[in-house]
Write a protein that binds this ligand. Structure first.
Ligand SMILES: NC(=O)c1ccc[n+]([C@@H]2O[C@H](COP(=O)([O-])OP(=O)(O)OC[C@H]3O[C@@H](n4cnc5c(N)ncnc54)[C@H](OP(=O)(O)O)[C@@H]3O)[C@@H](O)[C@H]2O)c1
Length: 270
């Protein structure tokens, strides 16, 4: 379907009620996008929508939805299709973290991590497909993580969920190529958001070093850049990119570097 020259580019950002998602929604709206914002916290979304309304584009949309609920996802995407028609950019950003050693993992939390980070993302891709197909230049940006390319101790569940996001990107890139849908994976490193406060954290793992973090706006700028010029995968930290390569070529050396960086103590010393 061809777009009219005056039609604003339409985007959906999941997990837009805080952090990277909110920053991305703001940046897109500032750049003239019509934005649908999706998350569970309706009060946060209402507040953000009021902010976005001050920008150049009109007709932003609030989708209050729990990505762990397949029926709620279907309803949200039906509404999106009715209101937007075509969807030009899907940003699959919603996610939760879980820092716990394997012996501390609680099955219910493990389930929540995979339902949110993996199943919710896949169902969002499925729900968005009809609207993406109506766009003349559809783009999907999946927010994974540098730990999706190289697992780290104490975050096996979270890292595995993000490795799944990387893998979904690889599959869809090829599966949807004939539809002209560009699928990009964006791997942020440590980013200063409420992410670590939001996650259940029963462990005695070292706290993240926020002195080494980037801001949510930095990640948002990369999302916008990927929409303008899609690339298969972008990892935001050079040292993590190198570590991922080293993990394939010299895994023991990569492990030693990782232990040095994180100050990880083996469980026998706890
Ligand atoms: N911060 C980092 O260091 C970092 C590093 C690499 C990758 N990431 C990834 O970046 C993404 C955004 O994280 P952030 O740092 O911006 O953290 P955040 O501020 O905690 O944002 C997470 C967002 O996901 C939404 N969300 C969580 N569970 C949901 C559910 N079941 N249904 C719908 N929405 C849900 C939350 O909204 P509600 O609670 O309102 O539903 C919130 O808007 C995540 O995928 C995260 O894994 C973060």
């Amino acid at each position: 379907m061809s777009d009219s020259p005056t039609r604003a580019r339409c985007a959906l950002v999941t997990g837009a009620s805080s952090g990277i998602g909110a920053a991305t929604a703001r940046l897109l709206a500032e750049n003239g996008y019509r934005v649908a914002i999706l998350a569970r916290r309706a009060d946060r979304l209402t507040q953000l929508a009021a902010e976005l309304a001050g920008g150049p584009a009109r007709g932003h949309l609030i989708l209050t939805c729990d990505l762990r609920d397949p029926d709620a996802i279907a309803t949200a995407f039906e509404r999106l299709a009715r209101e937007f028609g075509a969807l030009d950019l899907l940003v699959n950003n919603a996610g939760m973290g879980y820092r716990a050693r394997v012996d501390e993992i609680e099955p219910e939390l493990l389930k929540r991590v995979f339902e949110t980070n993996v199943l919710g993302l896949l169902l969002a891709c499925r729900g968005a497909l009809p609207s993406l197909r109506r766009s003349s230049r559809p783009v999907v940006v999946n927010i994974a993580s540098v730990v999706g390319r190289r697992g780290i101790p104490g975050q096996s569940a979270y890292a595995a969920s993000k490795a799944a996001v990387v893998s979904i990107g690889e599959s869809l890139r090829v599966e949807w190529a004939h539809l002209g849908i560009a699928v990009c994976t964006l791997n942020p490193g440590l980013t200063a958001t409420g992410f670590f406060e939001a996650q259940p954290n029963p462990s005695r793992l070292p706290d993240p070093d926020f002195a080494q973090s980037t801001g949510a706006d930095h990640v948002a700028r990369h999302v916008l850049a990927l929409d303008r010029s899609p690339r298969p995968e972008v990892s935001l930290r050079t040292k993590w990119r190198l570590l991922a390569v080293l993990s394939v070529l010299a895994p023991r050396l990569a492990d030693r570097l990782l232990v040095g960086r994180l100050g990880w103590k083996s469980p026998t010393t706890h």
